[in-house]
Design a binder for this molecule. Sequence first.
Ligand code: HEC
Length: 147
Amino acid sequence: MRHVLIAALIAAPALAFAGPAEKTVEARQGFYKLLGANVGVFAAMAKGERDYDAAAAQTAADNIVTLTTYNVGHLYAPGTSSADVEGSRALPKIWEDFPGVQAKGADFVKAAMDMQAVAGQGKAEMAGALGKLGGTCKGCHDTYRAD
Ligand code: HEC
């Protein structure tokens, strides 16, 4: 189930029936905003902006793993790249290099599961996993997201 994210990306070209491109971009950005909101919980604790809270950290990690099971295929409908829709930051190369995107997605899914295993065990454990998890977000953004 956790690899649906990856499989869905590969299947995306078959999903050209998606709604208006602008709505698809908004939904895609909403998906990533949810990821960001949960990663933000870890970041605030790691920086000391809020006290470490094992239950809240575990919830954020569980939410992120849940999001990895969301089928994002429709969010990557053709015609929704940064070259097609104003405001989209999804670079056209995504649609030309699904194996590359898949590899970045796999790194992210693994890091999310690693975080889920330790998020509730202590601030140091959570912070260590955060470094790796954040690196996988950046790893995809550096290659496939416009600045
Ligand atoms: C497999 C690639 C990939 C991975 C992994 C990934 N992202 Fe992204 N992310 C994107 C793309 C592509 C966009 C641009 C979407 C758009 O503009 O339509 C994006 C956009 C975003 C945005 C901006 C959303 C907005 O409001 O426009 C945030 C925040 C974000 N990602 C957070 C994260 C976080 C946090 C992680 C890791 C936990 C992550 N992303 C992992 C590809 C990825």
